[in-house]
Design a protein around this ligand. Structure first.
Ligand code: ATP
Ligand code: MG
Length: 277
């Protein structure tokens, strides 16, 4: 039986670098998968390849089935419809995703009309207000007229989530959605995202460095290491069945009671020929 998303033998190369080395992974309907792994392990490339957003020079093979059908990466119009209506994407940095010269209302209503061609202006405004309410932006109607710089970092990130939801997608892919935020705001944004995903029964792929966040929000965890998927287990199993690299990642987390102790590093696990960075 196929899942909501089935990644099959995905390989991605950029010049001499093979960023994804034959990854296969399934996300079941309603599952919330955390993708973790060190910097450069291929997490973002996996998300971007799924959405057909790799640069033209990237070499990509394999396929991704969404709801049992291969995503048509070569068809820009069809992929735009997938991104508008079926899979929402939340970037790490909302400031680079929003144009500073357009109001939040313009961004959201344009996103709505591109997902629903021919929709009336009043429907688009209503959808924008509803989505802002959903991500707990107070006084949503009057805030539509504000520009991105008038929103705080946490609010901008919640607006990104609202924009990703505007076409009622079945899956949300969020690439490090909170790394630019302080811890308190991070917790608030993650809670809102989690509430939205849960109440809509959506699937979630959350790309993050933070195993603590994965433990709190996700049902599954996939661990990437140098372009390979080295482990995919349910969150509850991560301690029992930890791969040696995952175990090293778990040990490298700061924990209560560690004051004054050095955190272990995982340099000894780098592939042969790599220097300690
Ligand atoms: N547009 C690109 N051009 C060339 N190389 C790229 C490009 N995008 C990614 N890469 C390379 O692919 C590999 C995987 O990068 P990717 O951004 O997917 O890692 P990541 O796990 O998301 O890292 P981070 O945690 O730092 O965001 C890295 O070696 C990176 O340098
Ligand atoms: Mg990344």
């Amino acid at each position: 039986m196929s899942g909501l998303l089935d990644i099959k033998n995905l390989r991605v190369g950029f010049g001499a670098v093979t960023a994804i080395k034959g990854v296969s992974l399934s996300l079941h309907r309603g599952a919330r998968m955390g993708i973790v792994g060190e910097s450069g392990s291929g997490k973002s490339t996996l998300g971007l390849a799924t959405l057909g957003l790799l640069p033209d020079f990237a070499r990509c093979s394999g396929e991704v089935l969404f709801d049992g059908t291969a995503l048509p990466w070569d068809d820009d119009v069809a992929m735009a419809a997938v991104r508008g209506n079926r899979i929402g994407f939340v970037h790490q940095d909302p400031m680079s995703a929003f144009s500073p010269v357009h109001t939040i209302g313009t961004h959201l209503t344009r996103a709505y009309t591109s997902a629903h061609p021919g929709a009336s202006k009043s429907d688009a405004i209503k959808a924008a207000v509803d989505r802002l309410d959903e991500v707990e932006i107070t006084d949503a109607k009057s805030r539509l007229g504000h520009y991105p710089h008038e929103y705080s970092g946490g609010m901008r990130q919640r607006v990104m989530i609202a924009a990703a939801l505007i076409g009622n997608p079945e899956l949300l892919i969020a690439d490090e959605p909170t790394t630019a935020l302080d811890v308190t705001t991070q917790a608030a944004v993650l809670r809102v995202m989690n509430d939205v995903v849960e109440s809509r029964g959506m699937g979630l792929i959350l790309i993050t460095h933070d195993l603590g966040v994965v433990a709190e929000i996700c049902s599954d965890v996939a661990v990437m290491y140098h372009g390979e998927l080295i482990q995919h287990v349910s969150v509850g199993q991560i301690h029992e069945q930890a791969h040696s690299y995952t175990e090293a990642l778990l040990k490298a987390r700061p924990r209560p009671g560690m004051r004054g102790q050095r955190l272990p590093t995982i340099a000894e696990l780098l592939p042969e020929g790599w220097s300690d960075v």
